[in-house]
Ligand binder design. Structure first.
Ligand code: GLA
Length: 709
């Protein structure tokens, strides 16, 4: 039935194909969260849902302890608020009142309902917005705050969503933690009394945490209740998960209120980023599939959404800053011979950049390294049948650059304090129009005059001393958010002006990966950690939240630069073939046999690529107690083809067999396995493969193909 109201329009029901989300709207501006779970069969069921309100003592909330869906700050409620604002003259804690709702017609698979709250004097309005993606079982939440006619409104916190789960015996929280070269480590823990905050205060999404969560009640991969959410935002964000004294779980998240302020003058509005929420009873695999399908359909931008991700070669680990027309051409020869489809020149091609000490900001081609500009190299790469791509880091500047000499005022800085340089660089105020115009002109020059169809957009430090001389404190606290808006503006500019250009987001590896950036870029560099074994847990963690088509994985040299680990080439390939494949090693140093082997795996990758990039991912070892194997499976949605990756991951106590029951096949159809057996889908899913696990770095890829009648 979609979106409907019950109980004299006090109750709002949002139904998707399989789920329902129910809110009670109270006149005084509180939205009470009543239900979020399986869709219920009858309207009477929704009428009968109990809105728990619990008033144990005078030490608790005025209107009782309850589940919240929207909670403005300023009364006797103690959870993290969805909105905290005051007026210029010091009026705090407005008297909010319900002012009606609008339900729009369904458009492009989405139906919107907006609940309006107004302060009692009609000066300020909040639009609490729910976009219901019915077919995808996703509800997108945000709010827009408007100053209709009041004095300036100082917004101190404006989160995208608030939701509560009712008291129950236990809940678990899953989230992703990490660091540079160690992103996406899955953390799972029981939610105990108190408040847990995960966040970024660094100006980017951060390597350390990711704006994704899942809450479950003992779910496994295949079954169990999971509530999950992704925030589409690439700056300072926070997520609070609180278990109150009575067992309610309150979840609230959006832009971090750390050093945040938004000042709204009369007539101005402030829309928050969007938090995408979902529920499934089908466990963590069901959760990932729901989120991944949604990303494929509604997040990944056109026009590259459907296009296969090409096998790329990136020269960073081969030549570092020492790039030249000659050595890049030589690498392009090698890359084309083994089957690469895109050649990317990384850092070092511009200014006088021979190390990380100089030239960020001076985006002119280095004439010593490329005497005739980039075009001879680009033509060479194109003649070899590859696309050409280039590395950029436009938000940054080195002190040793012409740009910094000309515009020292363009970087973030405080009045009397020295700026902190990190990797010898400072950050440009991307909220400034003049800065963005400079960057857009640079992009026009580069993309408008040369045949460049790929950008790796990097960001190699966190923000600090986020200030602007001459600006008031309130204005300066807006700079963090303005940086993100500025970044999105430039990404949107590229998408509009140069739609053929595919953009890879990178921030020292996986420092800026979220649905906000993925609405404007096409893929991400997952981690600077290119060790094939470390990558397994990084990629598995990433699979909980993000679609494998957007996740780039490279095969690089061995021993690996990061940990000196020596890993066979076959294993390095298998590890990197579980996403978008790239080659990042120094091919000149690979033996003839290694290059032949690489060519073999690249050809094979192209054959299985439609299954990996378009298929559904199953983590077959996610719950395996010993984790001595990494087994991932990809299945085409129609069940016609599947690919199973088996990688030894820490074998101990000698050889032994492992049973691998696959998933997602048509049980009555027959499947031919690349190891020679033909049997029913039921056979493969119930008996499966028996994998003799014998030795360190053993790995296999098994293909299962439906036998057509
Ligand atoms: C970052 C990226 C690397 C590489 C270097 C270049 O660390 O993650 O892949 O592009 O910058 O300086």
């Amino acid at each position: 039935m979609g979106i409907f109201q019950l109980k004299n329009e006090q109750r709002l029901v949002l139904e998707t194909k399989e789920t329902a989300y129910v809110i009670d709207i109270h006149k005084h501006g509180h939205l009470q969260h009543v239900y979020w779970g399986e869709k219920l069969p009858e309207t009477a069921d929704y009428e009968a849902l109990q809105s728990i309100v619990f008033s144990p003592s005078s030490f608790e909330a005025t209107r009782g302890v309850m589940g919240y869906d929207y909670i403005p700050w300023g009364e006797m409620v103690y959870t993290e608020p969805t909105l905290k604002a005051s007026s210029a003259s010091g009026e705090r804690g407005f008297k909010w009142e319900y002012a009606g709702l609008d339900i729009a017609a369904e458009d492009s698979g989405k139906q919107q309902v907006v609940i309006k709250l107004q302060d009692s004097l009609g000066r300020y309005q909040v639009d609490v917005t729910y976009d219901v993606f019915r077919q995808d079982d996703i509800i997108a939440r945000s709010q827009t705050i408007t100053n209709i006619k009041g004095e300036a409104l100082y917004i101190e916190a404006a989160r995208s969503m608030q939701v509560s789960l009712p008291p129950a015996s236990w809940y678990n929280l899953s989230h992703l933690a990490g660091k540079w070269v160690g992103e996406f480590q899955l953390i799972q823990e029981e939610i105990r009394e108190g408040r847990k905050t995960i966040d970024s205060r660094r100006g980017n999404t951060s390597h350390h945490a990711n704006p994704w969560f899942a809450i479950d009640q003992g779910a496994g991969e295949d079954s169990g209740d999971v509530w999950f959410g992704h925030l589409a935002y690439s700056g300072n964000w926070d997520l609070h998960v609180e278990k109150d004294a009575h067992g309610f779980i309150h979840v609230c998240g959006g832009i971090n209120d750390f050093d945040f302020m938004k000042v709204l003058q009369p007539g101005e509005s402030f829309p928050t980023p969007v938090f995408y929420l979902g529920y499934t009873s089908k466990g963590f695999t069901g959760m990932s599939h729901q989120a991944h399908r949604f990303q494929r359909k509604h997040i990944m931008p056109e026009p590259h959404r459907e296009a296969e991700r090409k096998v790329l070669y990136n020269s960073w680990e081969a030549t570092y800053f020492d790039v030249s027309e000659e050595n890049q051409k030589a690498l392009a020869d090698e890359a084309a011979t083994i089957g690469c489809e895109r050649f990317v020149v990384d850092d070092g091609w511009f200014g006088k950049r021979n190390s990380d000490q100089s030239s960020l900001g001076d985006w002119e081609v280095n004439q010593d390294k490329f005497p005739n500009g980039l075009d001879p190299l680009i033509s060479y790469v194109k003649e070899k049948g590859m696309d050409f791509g280039i590395w950029l880091e436009p938000e940054m500047v080195n002190k040793d650059s012409r740009l910094f000499q000309e515009h020292p005022e363009w970087v973030y800085h405080f009045a009397t304090k020295d700026q902190t340089t990190a990797r010898n660089q400072l950050v440009l105020q991307f909220g400034r129009e003049d800065v963005r115009t400079y960057v857009k002109n640079m992009l026009d020059k580069l993309l408008g005059s040369s045949d460049i169809s790929f950008i790796k957009w990097d960001m190699n430090r966190s923000l600090s001393e986020v200030g602007r001389i001459g600006a008031g404190v309130g204005e300066q606290k807006q700079l963090w958010h303005e940086h993100v808006e500025g970044l999105y503006d430039v990404f949107d500019y590229i998408k509009n002006a140069y739609p053929h250009v595919l953009v890879e987001t990178c921030s020292g590896g996986g420092g800026r990966i979220d649905l906000g950036v993925l609405q404007r870029t096409d893929q991400f560099w997952t981690s600077d950690n290119t060790d094939a074994r470390d990558r397994l847990s990084i990629q598995r963690g990433c699979s909980y939240a993000y679609h494998q088509k957007t996740m780039m994985c490279w095969v690089t040299d061995s021993p690996n630069w990061l940990n000196q680990r020596t890993v066979p080439l076959k294993y390095r390939f298998h590890s990197a073939m579980m996403g978008g494949l790239g080659i990042g090693g120094n091919l000149h140093e690979w033996t003839k046999e290694e290059k032949e082997e690489a060519a073999h795996w690249i050809t094979f990758y192209k054959h299985i690529r439609p299954v990996i990039q378009e298929g559904l991912a199953y983590r077959l070892t996610a719950t395996h107690p010993k984790k001595e194997t990494e087994i991932m499976q990809y299945v085409r949605e129609d069940g016609s083809r599947s690919v199973v990756f088996l990688l030894e991951n820490g074998l101990s106590f000698g050889p032994h067999p492992v049973q691998v029951k696959v998933k997602g096949l048509d049980e009555n159809a027959r499947y031919y396995s690349s190891d020679g057996t033909t049997a029913t889908g039921a056979f493969w899913m119930n008996h499966g493969l028996i994998w003799p696990l014998n030795e360190e770095y053993q790995c296999e890829i098994i293909e299962l193909s439906k036998v057509e009648d």
